[in-house]
Unconditional design. Sequence first.
Length: 347
Amino acid sequence: MGIAALEDKIVQQAVVTVLNLIYEEDFLGFSYGFRPHRGTHDALDALWMGLTSRKVNWVLDADIQGFFDSINHEWLLKFIEHRIADRRMLRLIRKWLRAGVSEGGQWSPTNVGTPQGSVASPLLANVFLHYVFDLWVQQWRTRFAAGDVIVVRYADDFVLGFQYRHEAERFLHDLRERFQQFGLALHPDKTRLIEFGRFALRNRRARGDRKPETFDFLGFTHICGRKRVSEGFVVKRQTATKRLRARLQVLKQALMRRRHEPIPQQGTWLRSVLQGYFQYHAVPGNSAALESFRTQTARLWLTALRRRSQRHRLSWERCDRYVDRWLPRAKILQPYPNDRFYAKHPK
């Protein structure tokens, strides 16, 4: 993490505002992370549309190992010089990259990486991946892919879908070589090639295999499913178990710290927490996970209230009245991916 001084933050924001106007003309459509008027749900919608409307049978779920700590400064500055000729701007960016780290009163230089937490870091990371990954992927699928290929990238986390397995395997091999040239590496535990798509369930049943594997992207587990009426293929999305447990653990610690506050104050705070959680995770088909989060939150609240005193008299029935009053009911807030996608991309 790198926390810049106030003056530095102001200058970085001014530079980012100018550079965004330049690079938004260059960035490709499948890049969604840290860009104006684009968010995580736009990336999720694009992935859902690609998986359901294109001929995808194999999914490559990939993650770059220690990306923000591995960005090569020399390559990054060369990439920026392709579009930026102002030496004063380049000098500022070079100084931010080489500002160094002060720890325990000792200063040490930074030769690689961009500090997470700085205002300029997300844009610089996008510029680096634009040249290292995005443009290369665009060229690769034009030259080597005979079948459909879809790409969705959000920062250093990206998913690709392939029609043919041999093309997916070749791409993975070529991608490792490409990243090696620029000092990057794929995370060995977070990079997987899995069978996923409209024919995955049928093909695996014919071979006597288990259900298709799932993959996580931007906090959601993506699952091969079937529509109830037409038996057609659909991608189901549920809150990733790891993220759900982590959120509940943070909530548990916060409730224990707040347990002596007045109950209306706790209830108001919990309501805002659940509303924020639902605003992101309330996608169609995720009702069960939302209800589970609300139920687990209520139990954690009851536990914290009972810890206010060694001789508590708070029953679940009494706490249930607090829950009904303060905790909002789980309901779907996000539209279907195809509705929002077609609204933003009518062509």
